[in-house]
Write a protein that binds this ligand. Sequence first.
Ligand code: TTP
Ligand code: MG
Length: 407
Amino acid sequence: MHNIILCIDMDAFFASVEQQANPKLRGKPIAVIGSGGRTVVTTRSYEARKFGVKTGMNIYEAKKLCPHIIFVVGDSEKYTHTCKELSKVYSRFTPDIEIYSIDEAFLDVTTTHHLFGGAEAIGLSIKKEVKKRFGINCTVGIAPNILMAKLASDIAKPDGLRWFKEEDIQSVLKNLPVKELWGIGPSIERRLAELGIKTCAELGEAPASLLRNKFGIIGETLKLMGQGICHRPLIVKDEDPKSIGHSMTLPRDISNRKQIEAQVLKLSEMVGRRARKYGFAGKKVSLTIRYPDFETFTRQTTLPGPTNITHEIYRHAIGILNTIRLRDKVRLLGVSISQLKKEDNAQMALFDYTAKEKSLLHAVDAVNDKYGDFTVTWASYLEQDEQSGVISPAWRPSGVRNVTVKK
Ligand code: TTP
Ligand code: MG
């Protein structure tokens, strides 16, 4: 299965934040300038861009091009604050987030997109939420890797959304000048031109040896870039997760024991799968229950050793369920594992499952990766499945970290 990466980039970020903070600036050509005697434009509203005002110009040049331009001294605290708030919005859709710059982030939604109606639905939700909460527009690029996601976002600007699927990439790159690719600046552009290479397609088809002679080790990477291939993983903040969990608001409140068990199994599978993907196992299993009146509680149990096996997680979650006398129907269910340990060879002995069981689980995961979740799943879930509820990932505090994107 291809990865699905979103690139989210705010439109005219500093200027948009200022226009939001001061309604008098909205719809007007403005430029944000540095404080402390720095009088160059850091960014400008789209209204000012129409006049040709560019980042890096001094105020006199800007004023000459756009006599009505309004200069606003930048306030980095405002932008940093918005940046932090934005990452909270993103984290509702995936824990695998790289905050690349103050206004740009990459989200890997490969394993979560189906929970939210697909990658495009996630992009649209983010655009809507960002507009609603911060009053600013952003652009979303979606693609199998960050290089193409970034390109999609650049092309779709402003206030756009563009999805390059694997099958679109060749035609997108055919006549695209190499400088449009992220990372190809004027110097590489010029040196490529010396080899007669102007478009991405030409770069992708150039002999590897030619590129290697000219650029050394990055020659290979450049060739791949010309083909729209990029292996750079998302750099997710290096922090171990405290827990891996999923919770689900059910389509309707349920009291039937079999239905509850089926949902717990589904959640256990999601948790186990995610833990296996990132090589974690947890020593504690928690079950969260919410009643229709929103009273919510969590109960935990400690296992003899860490696990990431679906059936183990499920068995313990049901063990917890057995200790609870439900006073009403259930509105939401959540399963998580905590006290996580990194699953590595040294710790393998701790895991009470055989190699055979483990390879079966990975085989199931591989099929699901290819054909969508729950293609291969456990029989009792299939029997009980009704319309799936709204499932929200509930990794705490901010999810599985240090993730490498696998091809
Ligand atoms: P960008 O995303 O490059 O630009 P932008 O958000 O203003 O406009 P666009 O709609 O094209 O994305 O940069 C984000 C912010 O970073 C920008 O608002 C101002 C700041 N910035 C600088 O401080 N110095 C710079 O050289 C650039 C390019 C941006
Ligand atoms: Mg931007």
